[in-house]
Write a protein that binds this ligand. Structure first.
Ligand code: PEP
Length: 249
């Protein structure tokens, strides 16, 4: 049985007062909830880890540097993230690929740095609208998988999030058939590269405008093991129903 995961990416949103959302979410979770991960901005990682301690919520960062330490002003290493008590880190989010010109090979190095610090890497991939419109989606996904995923991937050290860029923060969601096609394709590629035993266990998340009213439909797909959620993860009143829909899927 693959584990189900609901991950929330707060992006550059949230101050100390937002930690009350974590407390509310923890108390709203059913006893056998799926794995829940909240990725707040870096300044909140330590306090979020303290707040979530003893609850079913895991804390993750939104990015890490590929080096352990050094002259990289403003960056944060995977070791530093682990030191806050966090257990996960997102790497290769499309906003970082775009705004920070991160390439597949950078993301591969970041995933390896995450593993070395004993963090689980949530590795993001996804096509742009022009790729989708030019019918190039699967080629783009294949290239990102080949370039961004390190050798040695397992279900313990990694989660993959498929996030079509045109669906992030736009309210546009691919059809269920489009989601199924890409998730099935990813599973096949993982099987070829890592073998069926490992590939079958790696959680694949869908991300892009997941909301309480569309989550149950998205979670119907066999190879969708959960979601990476942006906007709707900021309020526990929005995120809790998504987690419930995943628990019931
Ligand atoms: C994201 O940022 O990863 C994301 C999926 O955002 P949203 O849910 O707001 O589309």
């Amino acid at each position: 049985m693959r584990r189900k995961i609901a991950a929330g990416n707060w992006k550059m949103n949230g101050l100390a007062a937002s930690l009350s959302e974590l407390e509310q979410l923890a108390s709203a979770l059913p006893p056998h909830a799926p794995e829940v991960i909240i990725c707040p901005p870096a300044p909140l990682l330590f306090r979020a880890s303290e707040t979530a301690r003893g609850s079913a919520i895991h804390i993750g960062a939104q990015d890490c540097h590929m080096q352990d330490s050094g002259a990289f002003t403003g960056d944060i290493s995977a070791q530093m993230i682990a030191d806050t008590g966090a257990t996960h880190v997102i790497v290769g989010h499309s906003e970082r690929r775009a705004a920070h010109e991160e390439r597949d090979r950078d993301i591969r190095s970041k995933a390896k740095a995450a593993w070395a610090a004993k963090l689980t890497a949530i590795i993001c991939i996804g096509e742009a609208l022009e790729d989708r419109e030019a019918d190039n989606t699967l080629d783009i996904i294949a290239g990102q998988l080949a370039g961004s995923l390190p050798d040695g991937m397992t279900a313990t050290n990694s989660v993959i999030a498929y996030e079509p860029i045109w669906a992030i923060g736009t309210g546009k969601v691919p059809t269920l058939e489009q989601i199924v096609e890409v998730h099935d394709f990813i599973r096949t590629k993982l099987t070829i590269r890592y073998g069926a035993e490992i590939a079958d266990m790696i959680p694949l998340l869908y991300g892009g405008s997941v909301k309480p009213d569309n989550a149950a439909t998205i979670f119907q797909a066999e190879n969708v093991d959960g979601a990476l959620v942006g906007g709707a993860s900021l309020k526990s009143a929005d995120f809790a129903p998504i987690i419930m829909a995943l628990a019931q899927s």
